[in-house]
Design a protein around this ligand. Structure first.
Ligand SMILES: [Fe+2]
Length: 141
C-alpha cells in the first residue's frame, strides 16, 4: 500500500470510529450496552436481584422558570463502604447535562435536585453505586 492509500484507510477508519457509537445508540430506548456496561429495569444483568435499590427514580415538575428534576435512589449510604457515588443527567442524545457527587459522610440519602431551563424529550438519569455499577432510568419531560 502506498502512502496515499494508507492515509485514505486511516481517515476512513477514524470516520467509522466516530460514527459507530451513534449508530449503536440510535433509535432504541434501551441501547444494546444495557445489561453489560450499565443496567436498566429491563436489563439488570448480573445484578438482577439488586435492581430495586439501584434504579434511579426521576420526578419531573415543569414550571414557568424551567424544569425541576429530582432523582432518588433507594439505596443505603453506608459511609464509604457502600454508597451511591453520583447521579448524572443525560439528554435525549445521551449528552451530559449535569451531575451531583455525593459525600456519604454527610448525605445520608442519595437524592439530587437539578434545575433545567427549557427541556423536553427523554431525560436519562444514571445512578452509580461503588459496588453495583451504573443504573439508568428514563423519564419523559
Ligand atoms: Fe449498591
Amino acid at each position: 500500500m502506498d502512502r496515499r492509500g494508507f492515509i485514505r484507510m486511516s481517515i476512513a477508519g477514524a470516520g467509522v470510529g466516530i460514527i459507530a457509537p451513534q449508530v449503536a445508540l440510535a433509535g432504541s430506548s434501551t441501547p444494546s450496552m444495557a445489561g453489560g456496561v450499565f443496567y436498566t429495569k429491563d436489563a439488570p444483568g448480573r445484578w438482577s436481584k439488586k435492581a430495586a435499590g439501584h434504579l434511579p427514580q426521576i420526578e419531573v415538575e415543569k414550571g414557568q422558570n424551567g424544569v425541576a428534576v429530582r432523582v432518588t435512589t433507594g439505596h443505603e449510604m453506608l459511609d464509604y463502604q457502600h454508597y451511591i457515588v453520583k447521579h448524572i443527567l443525560l439528554d435525549q442524545n445521551f449528552g451530559f447535562i449535569d451531575e451531583h457527587l455525593f459525600d456519604p459522610m454527610s448525605e445520608k440519602a442519595p437524592i439530587s435536585k437539578f434545575a433545567l431551563k427549557e427541556y423536553s424529550g427523554p431525560l436519562y438519569a444514571l445512578s452509580v453505586c461503588n459496588k453495583h455499577d451504573t443504573w439508568m432510568s428514563v423519564a419523559e419531560v
